[in-house]
Design a binder for this molecule. Structure first.
Ligand SMILES: Cc1ncc(COP(=O)(O)O)c(C=O)c1O
Length: 393
């Protein structure tokens, strides 16, 4: 059996042709494919606006900037996520406050967040960053209600969940990143994600003011709209109007652009997004059915509606032995995640073992099994059998 990773991109001939076509065009960076990708992605998730950026981390950084995170500002997030969800607050000098997870869903526990908010004077916290961890959509309707009560913004980290949704109190599907509840949502197009661009990211929002600022900050804080210029026409070198070369850098931005050929790849991948999720759901269903009667496997909630299944996670005893045993058989499972609050970087701010018991207990037993649309039936059977063999001897 050839190596079976926990996640893998799926690049088709059609994707390759789309990239070649883009490479043969006049644009390498910021050409027409960017706008096309942004519009198609916004329409896929149901938001008004989308801004393509270099990667998910850049998306998070820009979000923290436009929402005004400043030194000393406190922001709440989950410890069971990739570190970037928290790091964006630190990039702006803010303070990350981790709240525990719900042991059933592994998502940021709204009651833990509420307790933190109620225990401090109003204004202590600026925002919340819930994460659709593993592809399971956070109930953002509930978080929005809480955030409004305390005057907070929400950044939804949807890196794991394009195409995912939760069902709101009216029975409606609310797709991750649709902008109905979060101020801003972000996605990543890293190879193991649903849509792969090599590197890449997207921000979605329904807020036009934030959208416009994001566009500027993505490209060095440069403004090209003459209605917004603050220097005089004479200074710019014109007589009655601004010369066409003229532009202004009005705030400190970055080069967080995606390239046109990456956007072409993303667009091509986006066409298969729904098909890929269906495949992921089938894989999840099979794992669930294969393991549901086995007492040594926990953490299986059945196939959850709206789950985008970026990861399929189980909780087991003897996790290290299982992990090593699978590796010897060419099955490369993974652990998501080492709790961020216990990373040495965050320990320096006082975080320690025992602070977030559910997240820490989860970390002791979690393991992510191979999950990607091109995982074959034979490969999945092999994984399932090797796990059963390990426990049953
Ligand atoms: C939950 C989460 N947030 C943020 C990121 C950062 O995305 P990127 O790797 O595109 O910078 C990732 C990527 O692994 C992620 O899984």
């Amino acid at each position: 059996m050839k190596p079976i990773p926990y996640g893998k991109q799926n690049i088709t001939e059609e994707d390759i042709l789309a990239v070649i076509e883009s490479l043969k065009s006049d644009y390498l960076t910021q050409g027409p494919k960017i706008k096309e990708f942004e519009e198609a992605f916004a329409s896929y998730v149901g938001s008004k606006f989308a801004v393509a950026v270099a990667n998910g981390t850049a998306a998070l950084h820009l979000n923290a900037l436009v929402l005004g995170v400043k030194p000393g500002n406190k922001v709440i997030t989950t410890p069971i996520t990739f570190a970037a969800s928290a790091n964006c607050v630190r990039y702006c000098g803010g303070e990350v406050v981790f709240a525990d997870i719900d042991p059933e869903t592994y998502l940021l526990d709204i009651n833990s967040v509420k307790k933190l908010l109620e225990a401090s004077p109003r204004g202590t916290y600026q925002g919340i960053i819930p994460v659709d961890f593993a592809g399971r959509a956070v109930d953002l309707e509930a978080f929005r209600k809480l955030a409004d009560e305390f005057g907070l913004w929400i950044i939804q980290d949807s890196c794991h969940s394009p195409g995912g949704y939760f069902i709101d109190s009216k029975g409606q599907k609310q797709h991750c990143g649709n902008g109905n509840f979060a101020d801003l949502s972000i996605f990543s197009f890293h190879p193991v994600k649903h849509i792969a661009c090599g590197e890449g990211g997207m921000i979605t929002t329904n807020d036009e003011v934030l959208y416009k600022r994001l566009l500027t900050l993505r490209t060095h804080g440069i403004v090209k709209d003459e209605n917004l210029f603050t220097n005089s026409i004479q200074f710019a070198g014109g007589v009655e109007s601004y010369p066409s070369w003229y532009m202004e850098m009005q705030e400190l931005g970055f080069n967080y652009r995606l390239t046109d050929f990456q956007a072409a790849l993303g667009l091509s991948q986006l066409k298969r997004a729904e098909e890929s999720i269906q495949k992921r759901i089938e894989i999840a269903q099979k794992y669930y059915e294969s393991f549901r009667d086995l007492t040594f496997i926990k953490g299986q909630s059945g196939v959850v509606e709206g789950h985008a299944y970026h990861l399929y996670i189980i909780e087991v005893e003897n996790r290290l032995e299982l992990y090593d045993n699978l590796r010897k058989k060419n099955i490369f499972s993974q652990i998501h995640y080492i709790p961020t609050h216990l990373m040495p970087y965050y320990r320096q701010y006082g975080w320690k073992i025992g602070d977030l018991p559910f997240a820490e207990a989860y970390y002791e037993s979690c393991i992510s099994l191979p999950m990607y649309p091109t995982l074959t039936e034979m490969e999945q059977d092999f994984v399932i059998n090797k796990i059963k063999e390990f426990y049953n001897g």
